[in-house]
Write a protein that binds this ligand. Structure first.
Ligand code: BEZ
Length: 225
């Protein structure tokens, strides 16, 4: 007798097309891909409204919203709470803002009460939290492909400056044949991608490079004027 095992959905990976969906949000119903349009997007989940770490994270993200705007990146939160709960919690987010370098909520939240989006994106990890979304981050490009995935435990608040830093790298390396080294920040030297031969690199980087190793060739940030 064969036992029938329920097949787990495959986990999303970088390079996959971000699953499309329709959802109710605090700014009305959205079709996700249409909402992204020609922008980048950050879709991120928190475990539950009216919880402490989540309140600090959303307030900090609201303060950084102008930085996401500068990077042509839309921000969308998600939890398995209702629009009504999101609306009530919004006041608390504003109240705690000053303690965490934060601001009042200024971006939409998906009300994923039926866990449809959470399951589509693998945001529920039963070994960590029962029936709630863990702290997931998906950066999605204008081509609707997933560029970055981060997963944090419920007990650990994220650092959204790190997400902005990664976004800078993702956007730069989509335009230029460079990669960014450890701890790189916008304006720091970059690395010529290993796939580019020295001959090819000469065309793209006519001012040359600093070769720490034959495979580690540093050039100024090509986006710097
Ligand atoms: C919090 O946001 O503080 C939290 C939420 C769920 C589990 C643990 C912590």
């Amino acid at each position: 007798m064969f036992k029938l095992f329920k097949k787990k959905p495959a986990a999303l990976r970088i390079g996959d097309t971000a699953p499309n969906f329709e959802a109710e949000t605090t700014s009305g119903k959205i079709k996700f891909h249409e909402w992204i349009g020609d922008s980048y997007a950050m879709l991120f989940s928190h475990p539950k409204d009216f919880t402490p770490v989540c309140s600090t994270e959303l307030s900090r993200t609201a303060a950084l919203k102008p930085e996401f705007d500068k990077r042509n990146t839309k921000v969308m939160g998600l939890s398995v709470d209702s629009v009504g709960d999101h609306a009530m919690w919004e006041n608390d987010i504003g109240d705690v803002a000053k303690h965490f370098n934060g601001a009042a909520l200024n971006f939409p939240l998906i009300a994923d009460n039926d866990k449809k989006v959470a399951e589509l994106y693998g945001m529920i990890h039963p070994g960590e939290l029962d029936n709630l979304t863990i702290r997931s981050v998906f950066i999605i490009g204008p081509d609707k492909k997933i560029k970055l995935i981060m997963t944090y435990p419920a007990s650990t608040g994220r650092n959204f400056l790190e997400i902005l830093r990664a976004l800078d790298s993702i956007q730069l390396t989509a335009q230029h044949k460079v990669a960014t080294p450890v701890d790189w920040k916008h304006g720091d030297d970059c690395i010529i991608v290993p796939g580019l031969s020295d001959d090819e690199a000469k065309d793209l980087f006519p001012n040359g490079w600093n070769a720490l190793k034959s495979y580690l060739r540093l050039v100024p940030d090509p986006s710097k004027k």
